[in-house]
Ligand binder design. Sequence first.
Ligand code: TEU
Length: 491
Amino acid sequence: MPEPWWKSAVVYQIYPRSLLDTDGDGVGDLEGIRRRLDHIAGLGVHAVWLSPFFRSPMADFGYDVADYCDVDPLFGTLADFDRLLAEAHDRGLKVLIDWVPNHTSDQHPWFVESRSSRDSPKRDWYVWRDPDQTNNWQAAFTGESAWTYDERTGQSYLHLFLPEQPDLNWGNPKVVEAMHAVVRFWLDRGVDGFRIDVVHALGKDPSLPDDPPDLATIPHSSTHDDPRTHPILRDLRRLIDSYPGERMMVGEVFLLDTTKVARYYGDGDELHLAFNFPPLFTKWDAAKWRRQIERAQQHFDPIGAWPTWVLSNHDNPRHRTRYDGRLDRARAAAVLLLTLKGTAFLYAGEELGLLDAEIPPERVVDPGGRDGCRAPIPWSPEPPHGWVREDNWLPWPPLPDDPTMPDLYRALLRLRRVSPALSLGDIALLDSPEGTLAYERRHGDDRRVVAINFTDEAVPVDLPDGTVDVVTGRYEAGVLGPSGAVVLTTL
Ligand code: TEU
């Protein structure tokens, strides 16, 4: 049986506000995404993931959903979405959408009804407690309590994120039913799957125990790991797998521990894929990366879970920025990301080698300090860089400084497509000198060797004989140049 598409896939994440504006309001839109489809398909990726474009008051720029089944007018209409989906499919691109099931907006009609009175039929759709029955959980972004007191009914509601993002109560079967209907709505429309926001936080212990004192200063959403989430995921898996065409879900398991992340694959009956974030928080250091790869082998392989790799997304500084802004490292990192064993996720703009924008204090809009990586993407050198206006919801990042960067991504993606070893093969770490990382990918007769030099010196790497598929920096006479990377076909 052929492997499902999402195993060999590379997914391109789009933050709709930032890709391209076409109606001149200074915010990207669905039509802008449609107009970039040729570029995206031309890179050779297999799928796109769209961050939320649903109706929202935008307290968290769309991660506060007021209607799961409609498009926010800022981004367009449902008809625009259908057209985008059809045109993506025409180009062979799968489309994943971002489903935010842990919380709604405080403007969602469910919450409006829930907060209206203690006997509202939707009261128990959210988590309400008397003020003296709350706990010490901390909300993300604000560093304050995860509970907000609501005067009207004299009780407090739980929100692991902003007060504008009340947590749903997944212990209530009515919530499960309503949220399954949302999933069906989009599957019926033809989406290929979901990126699921903070999926590890869905299950909650109704006794809401305090966090231990050593964790009480960390946002609870980064430590929450309740066993009640697993049956919720098994139900979702059954629902999604009941649809034809290999629909899938990739969960944002924001737990900074690969051992814990692996559990969200269940026995192959929970998430199809889970983000594993520790590598994203790993420095540009060969020994540290080696350890991350070992941990993935150790925790995912034995249970048949397929790994994922991501260097940048809409919540963190772009990896080039994290790697001291260095282009040579960004080029080598592209080789690393696209040759590891697992599904890879790109963040729009990384194929241009983008850095974060510098945001002056008066332009800050995100309560979580994440504006820099969400800056509008400059698609051409001359202002307004393919956009309608020069001034948009966020300032521009520095303009791309290496016009060959997209060629490198295209070359790597082409190579992945023709190489069973790179797309689906096993990985074996090889011995290599300090400051370098080398591994072999193998599938049947196809064998590729990859080496990355994390140092600023040329290093002799002693790789097996082979022909060079891709190189960044220099590779000559067995010596890998400073911050260089090479992929070889070996016999
Ligand atoms: O992120 C969840 C999450 O845990 C991160 O926001 C994390 O707390 C943060 O990056 C630490 O700095 C998801 C979305 O990706 C994010 O954009 C949303 O703001 C959040 O959920 C709430 O929906």
